[in-house]
Write a protein that binds this ligand. Structure first.
Ligand code: SD4
Length: 327
């Protein structure tokens, strides 16, 4: 049997297992497969905060707007929300008490922009978009990203909220450097949109691991790791412990699997399987993937129970539990 056919066969079996476990994500995806009128436009984003992000994205999509504008407007809502302590303003700081932000964006032409380790700017996603649109580069880091942001008119401000500061002061009493992302400490927003024209874009933005080493950059701003789109195929975003996603270039893997004929659900399950096969100690971390394809089919899967996502399609915004690997 060719390795590709073997691969497809294995993935098909894995999918059957999940359907048997009647996971909600699969049901949502299957419902989509059968329907003819719930495809375009749609917005999908990670975690509960994706609900408010989707609302903003829908304003754009429902008016015939561009997927790129939808994902930027969507994730900006969460960047500005101090209650989300993994993104933008109010994000938890690194172990030195400094909030450093990572974000990336990709449009339907395959253009991409990103910033990492950016300080003092509330909306890193918009800086990432400027990098994409106004520079010949894809990624700007740290001081250079801040310099560019200021040149572009972004205003420096304190983005360490009082709540995040107090939690960090509390954490410093033990200063245990234990970068677990599992039950809590994660609500990074990754978002994908398919607009009425059928174009796909994606965005991902985060303050990264709480109390990370200063200078640590995760998967979220890395094109192909935290997010990837190919307008002929689909898009994917990742959330959770970025190191595992980076080691497997997760979002690119998901999109490439779809390019090879996998459904979004099969592709995200295979990307989780890849982590299970390749990364010792994977059980200690949470990873979640979302994917969409050109036809508006969606996929969602995570390592552990507890990952959910918001799907806005057919004029309805729903929070859905993802299927998961570790039963
Ligand atoms: C990171 N992937 O910096 C991000 C964190 C995350 O939900 O997604 N948290 O590793």
């Amino acid at each position: 049997m060719s390795s590709r056919r073997k691969f497809l066969k294995q993935t098909g079996l894995a999918t059957l297992g999940v359907v048997a476990a009647s996971n909600q994500a699969c049901q949502a995806a299957d419902t989509k497969h059968k329907s003819t009128n719930i495809t375009k436009p749609l917005a999908i984003s990670t975690w509960k905060n994706g609900m408010q992000a989707n609302e903003a994205a829908w304003q754009v999509l429902n008016n015939g707007g561009r997927a790129l504008d939808a994902v930027e407007q969507g994730v900006k809502v969460v960047e500005a929300d101090p209650n989300d302590m993994s993104v933008g303003y109010g994000g938890r700081p690194d172990r030195d008490g400094i909030v450093t932000l990572d974000a990336c964006i990709m449009d339907e032409t395959g253009n991409a922009g990103s910033v990492c380790a950016l300080e003092n700017i509330k909306h890193p996603i918009s800086v990432a978009r400027r990098v994409m649109e106004k520079t010949p580069h894809v990624m700007l880091a740290g001081d250079g990203a801040l310099q560019f942001a200021k040149e572009e008119g972004f205003v420096e401000e304190n983005i360490l909220s009082e709540k995040a500061k107090q939690q960090w002061i509390e954490w410093r009493k033990t200063s245990e450097y234990k970068p677990l992302i599992n039950i809590e400490n994660h609500d990074t927003i990754g978002m994908l949109a398919l607009d009425a024209k059928g174009d796909i874009s994606g965005a991902c933005t985060t303050s990264g691991l709480a109390y990370k080493m200063h200078g640590r950059v995760g998967d979220s701003p890395i094109i192909g790791a935290g997010m990837y789109c190919d307008n002929e195929v689909g898009g994917a975003v990742a959330t959770g412990m970025g190191e595992l996603v980076m080691k497997t270039l997760g979002s690119f893997l998901v999109v490439e699997l779809m390019n090879q004929g996998y459904s979004p659900q099969q592709a995200v399950e295979e990307a989780i399987d890849r982590i299970v096969k390749k990364i010792p100690g994977y059980q200690d971390f949470q990873i979640g993937y979302l994917a969409i394809n050109k036809s508006g089919e969606v996929g969602a899967y995570s390592l552990h129970k507890g990952f959910n996502y918001a799907l806005y399609a057919n004029n309805t915004n729903n929070l859905i539990d993802s299927g998961y690997y570790l039963k």
